[in-house]
Design a protein around this ligand. Sequence first.
Ligand code: SAM
Length: 219
Amino acid sequence: MSVLPRRFQRIKHVLNSRMGDLTVLIEGVNKPHNLSAIIRTCDGAGVFQANFICDHNEVKTFNSTAQGSQKWVNLRNHESYLKATKTLKKEGFKLYGTSLNENSIDYRDFDFTESTCFVLGAEKWGLSNELNAQVDESIYIPMNGMVQSLNVSVAGAILLFEAVRQRKSKGLIPSKGEGLNQDEYEKTLFEWTYPELINYYKKSNKDYPCLNENGEIYK
Ligand code: SAM
């Protein structure tokens, strides 16, 4: 089993610039096209992992809007909003809740170059009060129209790409895999290169093998 060298170089190039310290936490967004659009944006922005709040390990449905991007962004489920916020805070993320309430602050007033998690809410209701109470800051994107809010995936894109813009201007976008820890990097490199072998290694409880510079498996 092998991989084309060009494909392996492309996989490495993308993985090398993934950021483990930029993410989203998604609460109650259920429409497949919105979820798909958010994940596609995460992929395009260089987000390594996106977080969801789903009880019972519900499987999220993605449609063609995702263009397969769900394969390239790690999807992490949390059973409850409390578990999600506790985990993310422990990992050092600052939680930016998005809401249009009067206590929210214009997103352009913030620095998103440190560990940042944008918390996005449901299409109809927005973020729950419970989750809102857990965030570190409430931010909003100023609106000038008759309609009060943006589509959730559009709001997510504006915020993520603002974080990318700020990081780029400070030379903080990784280029050699430094945005991830070594184990995470090696594991993901194998899984992206040989997705068809993941189950085999998991079932047989074996460690993933090493890859050489051309992406070939060596024993
Ligand atoms: N009525 C809901 C509310 O008051 O929050 C509107 C929900 S909006 C359609 C869905 C999600 O998109 C929100 O929870 C938020 O995450 C995001 N969003 C939409 N417009 C936004 C804006 N102008 N600023 C920040 N987030 C926004």
